[in-house]
Design a protein around this ligand. Structure first.
Ligand code: NAD
Length: 258
């Protein structure tokens, strides 16, 4: 938590630090794990899919299963030698208005997108408390602040995660742990690839998603990874309880899908 005006190794600001990234086998999580590793961190990816490229450590974990989370977090902390940075990134989507999903679907998506973050954070806290550079970054969404049409359930899960981020930042500040989140717009990941593949006209759907962002293009996964790394790193020692939009201007310029 102390300021680092002159980090010892500017090219590898995460040298000597360890990181856990949930949902680290794909998309934003894989890009983040890779970037943190390239910048010096020892990184474990906790995912349903444990297959990740070296030198990342892949561990099978389901964030909806508390025992699985506790096992994987302990195994990661022991293998890496602690936990300094936690990136809560695992998440799933859900289409529909408030009328379209039964209660079971609300519970299923909340279980991953909100309670998954609660479970992993609880399991990692004993290690984070021992770190002098402890930081948590949650992957939230622009949906948390704007709400997205035909995404009532998904938007609600991310809105709750934004509030959880701020409340947890207040609770953990006295313990020297910073908590922030990123709010991506539409990011070019396998998730969006699946969405496009299922569309009647994938090219038209992609064009519509691109047009929704004032920059006129999808966000690259590595651009979200850069924002996460910034919030997680020693240079952000004075930043906590914030939400950083990485959305091509969707939130700040107040544009919405018609
Ligand atoms: P992705 O589908 O490419 O990757 C998600 C990863 O999470 C996968 O590897 C998957 O196996 C893992 N995962 C899913 N459920 C899990 C569970 N129960 N336990 C453990 N791991 C699980 O998705 P992405 O686009 O990289 O999205 C990552 C995060 O970014 C999500 O939280 C998503 O809500 C958020 N986000 C994505 C976009 C976007 O446009 N892609 C925009 C805003 C926010």
């Amino acid at each position: 938590m102390s300021p680092h005006p002159n980090p010892p190794d500017a090219g590898r600001p995460f040298a000597g630090l360890t990181a856990l990234v949930t949902g680290g086998a794909s998309g934003i999580g894989l890009a983040t794990a890779t970037l943190l590793s390239e910048r010096g961190a020892r990184v474990a990816c906790l995912d349903l899919n444990p297959e990740v490229p070296e030198p990342l450590l892949g561990l099978a974990a389901d964030v909806t299963d508390d025992a699985s989370v506790r096992r994987a977090v302990s195994a990661a902390a022991e293998a890496l030698g602690g936990v300094d940075i936690l990136v809560n990134n695992a998440g799933i989507g859900a289409a529909g208005t408030i009328e379209d999903n039964p209660d079971e679907e609300w519970h299923r998506v909340l279980d991953v997108n909100l309670l998954g973050v609660v479970r992993v954070t609880r399991a990692a806290l004993p290690w984070l408390r021992r770190s002098s550079a402890a930081a948590i970054v949650n992957t939230c969404s622009v949906a948390a602040t704007t709400g997205l049409p035909d995404r009532a359930l998904y938007s609600a899960t991310k809105g709750a995660l934004l509030a959880l981020t701020r409340a947890t930042a207040a609770d953990l500040l006295p313990q020297g742990i910073r908590v922030n989140c990123v709010n991506p717009g539409t990011v070019d990941t396998p998730w969006v690839g699946r969405l496009l593949a299922a569309a009647d006209d994938p090219a038209a759907e992609r064009a519509a998603l691109e047009a929704r962002q004032p920059t006129g293009r999808l966000v690259a996964a590595v651009e979200v990874a850069e924002a996460i790394a910034q919030l997680a790193g020693p240079g952000a020692g004075a930043v906590t309880g914030t939400a950083l939009p990485v959305d091509g201007g969707m939130h700040s310029l107040r544009l919405r899908t018609p």
